[in-house]
Design a protein. Structure first.
Length: 320
């Protein structure tokens, strides 16, 4: 969406346009456009069909696995982007597990789950007496992750007042506990995630541009499940085996049930697929899941129905 601010009183023939694609300056009848020159690195697909707990047999996911494998060996800050339920936390855990910090803590800080007034103390910690009720000093998430990885989930929810302090931490690896005078040093690898459009937030003024560039040194976008239907059979098989190990039930899907699950658009992505299978396993009363055992499927987005020929039955988990 283009925003047109008022013309300058000093330069009445100059207008500045800002959009998600960049900035355009209009000088009389002339326009000068500025656009970010972004390059996308697409590695060769990984030979494996998993990365940590992530599953994917299709080319798009194996390309992502290859990129994550390369990034796991470094300390570069990674920004994981994707819809809710696409596996951003699993990707972050994989980056930690396959990296040199794997023996150290992996700490999750969910920016959307912490009230704004408590965010600073929860992230950076606080000293005794920093505020009413602070009867003792306490570490924050940054110190809890010392030596390991701090996963900043839903970073787009971070308050503007706290963003400069996070930027300093990322740039200089220094921070202060709430109520503390001196700086502390941090040795942490940072991974961030969001389901928001941070570039749009930058243009709206709700997310700092310098912080965006600092957190997105390496960006990995996880595709929604509707864009990789070839992975649904493998995910179903994985979740069936997981349920079997946990409950002892060896779930089987009938062919009609398989067709329904493989041809659904999955607006809730992999998380929704897992929840539906677990619910169906509880409702079936035995070990065979038929169409009548499936809970109502969400239809929040326009369903992308697939022809059954797109999902060969030979690649589906056995219903026998």
């Amino acid at each position: 969406m283009i925003r047109r601010p008022p013309r300058s009183t000093l330069f009445p023939y100059t207008t500045l346009f800002r959009s998600r694609d960049g900035t355009t300056i209009t000088l009389g009848k002339s326009e000068i456009g500025f656009r970010l020159n972004e390059e996308t690195f697409v590695p060769s697909p990984s030979r494996t069909t998993c990365f940590g707990e992530m599953i994917g047999r299709g080319k798009s996911m194996r390309e992502i696995f290859s990129l994550l494998e390369r990034l796991s060996g470094s300390d570069v800050t990674v920004l994981l982007q994707g819809e809710t339920g696409t596996g951003k936390e699993l990707a972050a855990r994989g980056l930690h597990a396959y990296g040199p910090r794997s023996s150290m803590p992996f700490v999750v800080f969910n920016c959307a789950a912490v009230p704004s007034e408590l965010m600073e103390s929860e992230l950076f910690g606080f000293e005794k007496g920093a505020f009413t009720g602070a009867d003792a000093s306490r570490k924050g998430a940054v110190e809890e992750a010392e030596g390991g990885t701090l996963f900043l989930d839903e970073i787009g929810e971070l308050s503007l007042s706290l963003q400069p302090k996070l930027l300093r931490l990322l740039d200089r690896r220094e921070f202060k506990r709430l109520g503390e005078a001196g700086e502390r040093h941090s040795n942490v690898r940072f991974v961030a995630a969001t389901n928001r459009d941070l570039e749009a937030q930058v243009m709206e003024g709700t997310f700092r541009q310098d912080l965006f560039f600092r957190t997105s040194a390496a960006r990995v976008k996880l595709p929604p499940l509707r864009e990789r239907p070839e992975d649904v059979p493998a995910l179903l098989e994985h979740f069936q085996n997981e349920i079997s190990r946990r409950t002892g039930k060896r779930l089987r899907l009938t062919e009609p049930a398989l067709n329904i699950l493989c041809n659904h658009a999955w607006p809730g992505n992999v998380r929704e697929l897992k929840n539906v299978l677990e619910t169906a396993g509880a409702l079936c009363g035995g070990e065979t899941i038929g169409p009548e055992d499936l809970p109502p499927l969400s239809r929040d987005r326009k369903s992308t129905r697939l022809n059954s020929s797109h999902i060969p039955l030979s690649r589906m988990p056995s219903s026998a």
